[in-house]
Design a protein around this ligand. Sequence first.
Ligand code: G3H
Ligand code: 13P
Ligand code: ZN
Length: 335
Amino acid sequence: MPLMNTKAMFDKAYNGGYAIGAFNVNNMEIVQGITEAAGELKAPVILQVSKGARAYANHTYLVKLVEAAVKENPDIPIALHLDHGDTFELCKDCIDGGFTSVMIDASSKPYEENVELTSKVVEYAHKYDVTVEAELGTLAGIEDEVQVEHGAEAYTKPEEVEDFVKKTGCDSLAIAIGTSHGAYKFTPEQCTRNAEGILVPPPLKFEVLEACMKNIPGFPIVLHGSSSVPQEFVKMVNQYGGKMPDAVGIPEEQLRKAATLAVCKINIDSDIRLAMTGNIRKYFAEHPDHFDPRQYLKPARQAVKDMVAHKIKNVLGCNGHAEETVKVWNEKYKK
Ligand code: G3H
Ligand code: 13P
Ligand code: ZN
């Protein structure tokens, strides 16, 4: 099974009440951990590469790592996606360089500029059968390498989505309904605290999601900033010398609900980082004499695999959907 774009994945996910996990990849252990979990659970998966990942690991290395994962997991549908592309040139580079899907994130620009840039990327991408994700609305956290302060985020305006999708021809749309990038998604002031003193974030704006769905029925919606920042890993990091006070994420049951609606792609990066870091810190604390990177990267890779398996089964619900996706791909979309 070669790499595929996201069309068949989203067709099945939309109607099947589940979402595809889009996990960020930066090195071999992350690629292996994610795809081993997806392979064992027979889940379609999106491996996404940010501008920062390309700068860190190099485009060719990342593409070759993903190609190796495809070879090792011939039965699962895999898409290679550019995360938060901010210019036409970057999207073009990834399309020319083997990606099957790209995001053009012009959400911080005025509406008409967003339409214009997204349309330009769509026109180029579709010539090569590459799918395009666009974004309307602004998440708190880091977007386009611009830090958006908490309180300055803007929910997607449901009245804009139909016009935007029609004008641009994009294949999926990321919307802002209260998710946020990173491990500190909300300030303590935005949250309440439970009996144990753990921060409880404000709920996602399902009314915004539902209003968007009404205006673009059948159209795949994407959620960024969807890590849940599990407290067991925050505790692990803090227990072994880290310092992550008040790290807080999106409760998993809210993401599960979104996956049963029109949300077909859910982006997760921070939870993978947290799982790796917690386990590496623990390993170092317990084995101060070890210095072979394979010794501590092995449990880190296992932690990625366990985290992704948990997300696939308990949050996304995409386990067991590989075969039907391949069937739709072969019958409807394969060129
Ligand atoms: O949304 C951003 C992703 O988590 C990627 O982060 O730009 O640090 O690679 P990065
Ligand atoms: P998290 O920081 O919540 O993992 O979000 C990742 C993301 O949206 C990548 O585009
Ligand atoms: Zn994102």
